[in-house]
Design a protein around this ligand. Structure first.
Ligand code: SF4
Length: 341
């Protein structure tokens, strides 16, 4: 297991576990600055929305429906990697085949979510393994394509064992008997005035007795090399920003737990970072809407093309891009292609 802090968080002056329970003493016990918050006691994560303390509160709207044009961290990353991929996913909403890796990620997340429904003392590795068959059945019911992922029972059994292995790594990173999450699988949503609705699902939110908030995300892959955590941290800052603007509390710590190799990446966000993130998101949304108006969706070849489901519709692989549906563009992005306006 490795743990590392990323970015320029404040210097640490003490150590505490961000948990409603007794401090954990494992190798990845959360270390944070114990200085009291400078502002008034923050509201718990479960508190109703309130005006954010930071400047720019008028940039937030809360009156749009969940179906409003929106952006998640993953789709924002898609646009950065390849605008054509973004179009196929966000505008066309083309189905993609299930993959063993993605299904395993969904399964492990579901087990970890349900693990915390057990009484604290019962959250053992054996209990987590015991949840796997039921969560697998639930996954199959939710997405029957998963039944076709394996060519044999032996292959499926091996895959389930690999999911159990990831759960084993989780237990080396944290002791769930000593944690009492405030939220699991939390849907977050924020309307930016003149911008998209920011959306996402946060794996876990912990709140310390003093109100400090930790945002936790489980990754079932391996950690990126040091210096290449940018995308993962963008996602975490995105969540931190939405929580900050909707609840008025800047999370104290962002924590990525990579179950593929047992690495924990931690970052202490700052208000300055949040404002930079807002500017980045606005700039990215402007670029998205400009591409939509011009109906110009660049295909950008990278090593990620190897995992792309849309090679047959990509000029880089001899495919032809089909015409876009202007109504679908408007539904997804709030603007119409100029030629169809
Ligand atoms: S194959 Fe590559 S370039 Fe083509 S759409 Fe997919 S990610 Fe983009």
């Amino acid at each position: 297991m490795h743990g590392r802090a990323v970015g320029g968080g404040r210097r640490r002056r003490g150590v505490a576990a961000v948990s409603g329970a007794a401090p954990t003493l494992g190798p990845v016990t959360l270390q944070v600055d114990l200085a009291p918050p400078a502002a008034a006691a923050p509201a718990p994560v479960g508190a109703p929305p309130e005006a954010p303390a930071a400047a720019g509160a008028d940039a937030v709207r809360t009156d749009r429906a969940p179906s409003a044009p929106g952006l998640s961290p993953s789709r924002a990353a898609d646009f950065g990697r390849c605008p054509l991929l973004f179009r196929y996913r966000v505008v066309d909403r083309r189905p993609e085949p299930a993959s063993p890796a993605a299904a395993r990620g969904t399964l492990v997340h579901a087990v970890l979510e349900h693990l915390f429904e057990l009484p604290a003392a019962e959250r053992t590795l054996e209990a987590a393994h015991g949840l796997v068959p039921g969560r697998w059945e639930a996954l199959l019911a939710d997405d029957p394509r998963c039944a076709e992922l394996f060519s044999s029972d032996a292959e499926r059994v091996e895959w389930l064992r690999s999911a159990e292995g990831l759960l084993g790594t989780y237990f080396r990173l944290e002791d769930p008997t000593r944690l009492e999450p405030a939220e699991r699988e939390l849907t977050v949503r924020l309307d930016l005035a003149d911008g998209p609705q920011l959306r996402g699902i946060v794996d876990r939110v912990d709140v310390a007795p003093n109100g400090w908030v930790r945002v936790v995300d489980y990754k079932t892959g391996r950690a990126p090399s040091p210096g290449f955590e940018g995308q993962a941290l963008f996602q975490m800052r995105f969540y931190a920003y939405v929580l900050w603007r909707t609840r008025g509390v800047l999370p104290k710590l962002l924590q990525l737990e990579y179950l593929g190799d047992g690495t924990v990446v931690r970052h202490e966000p700052t208000e300055e970072e949040m404002l930079v993130l807002e500017r980045r998101v606005r700039a990215l949304w402007s670029a998205v809407q400009a591409a939509a108006r011009a109906d110009r969706w660049e295909h950008r070849v990278s090593k990620l093309c190897g995992w792309c489901s849309f090679q047959s519709l990509c000029p880089a692989f001899g495919g032809t891009v089909p015409p876009v549906d202007p109504d679908a563009v408007e539904r997804a992005l709030g603007v119409r292609p100029d030629a169809a306006a």
